[in-house]
Design a binder for this molecule. Sequence first.
Ligand code: FAD
Length: 495
Amino acid sequence: AKADTNEAVVIGTGYGAAVAALRLGQKGIKTTMLEMGQLWNQPAHDGKVFCSMLNPDRRAMWFKDCTEAPLETLLGLPLVNRPIERYAGVLDKVHFQEMSVYLGRGVGGGSLVNGGMAVTPKREYFEEVLPQVDADEMYGTFFPLANKTLRVNTIRSAFLESTSWYQYARTARRQAANAGYGTQVIPNVYDFAHMEGEARGTKPKSALAGEVIYGNNHGKMSLDKTYLADALQTGNVTIKTLHHVKRIQKRPNGYLLTVEHRDPFGELLATKEIGCRHLFLGAGSLGTTELLLRARENGELPNLSEEIGRGWGPNGNVMTARTMLGGFQQSGMPVLAIDAWQDHEVFAEIAPVPAGIETLASLYLAITKNPERGTFHYDRRTDGITLDWRREQMKPSIRAVKGVFDEINRTNLTTYRPDLFGIGKVFTDDFTYHPLGGCLLGRATDEYGRVRGYDNLYVTDSSLIPGSIGANPFVTITALAERNLSRITATNLNH
Ligand code: FAD
């Protein structure tokens, strides 16, 4: 096929990609986005775009025979996961040898499946992780810009303090306080005005119907409703879905991509060659790193740095659960976190168990400071990547989380739940929601995400961040992309 040439191509449609597309489009630059997942805006046979967590179907997951929800069992029974048809569903779980990674697939990337928690990291830790980035500029300009454009909002305190839907969060807060731990209210991109309407019965239920990891049918301001909608509004951006970028080659005036276009059942429709002058990689920590490693190891982009693949981390993610009376009504969107960062380097989201029944469980997603890092390698045999990360590298995280929750259990006379993550396991050490790194800022790229060794090649996503950020990462990914794009559009695309 003849290659069409674009001024700019953006790979992916997650946070980093969406920022790039909007800022390029506003500059008048014709931009094509290539996304391997689907556009989620068409109701299916049941009138809904997304399936529910309690009754999942093929829409739930990316080409799996069975759903792979993070809670494996409930009350000791394997009630949570279901066999499904292989299909281009919205949530993926990628398995490496000793670590698995949850990812969103579709227009909006992780914003379609995540908890919407929009946390600006503590400035002191941000400065420790990314010392080369001007923190005044980030906290004065780019964090506020990201929060505004993502439409971050905060729950009304009168609602939080009174509604039955957050009884679980209030109880967990009180029990944390009994052990001397403070909590924080966490902003979110879920529209809390919509949620209050759900509680009153005037708006269709989504967060209050337990929807989250397989998509929200209402209320959530995912990227397709914010950055990507704004990007399309410029008239300069187009999105091609079910387009999976496989290869990147150098051409005298830019780059040539080999792209597989498939139907939602995985049938190959066409293999296309798409050319561009400027190439932005926003395929996420795993996707971007894989594309660059493959290109380097196959000799297609031989000048790429040895740094590509290095500096990966799971943001210290550990899940745990305790016995607690939480109530059968639980909003799917978390709004409180235990902040034990100062003394224990633990920031733990108080997560719901939205099962519609009393599960006697209080669930937490803890973010910890873990200095361990992993490395991706290209595997010629499978044409994919492997992750050099050992289970024992989670030990510092588990130790920290155990310190905090042993204390909470001791003071409240409660115990860990041994029946949620596989029998007998009380901490998870084998999966993450927050993959970070692989193409680090200032190492694999320059200080603005421009890839070392090649012109007009940029990384804009979570692969720039070195393995840890001490908070849920999408606000940081977005703000960093805003900062980098503002420099790139002013210097590299100024014509
Ligand atoms: P992504 O958002 O991962 O987007 C990458 C996109 O690129 C995807 O759409 C993917 O399909 C596409 N892609 C990949 N490879 C290719 C290719 N070769 N060709 C074409 N397209 C490709 N973070 C928070 O801050 N708050 C939360 O509450 C939160 N909760 C989470 C809950 C879950 C269940 C999960 C999975 C994540 C959660 N996260 C949360 C993490 C957050 O969603 C991610 O950090 C974020 O989405 C990463 O952004 P990104 O721009 O790097 O890439």
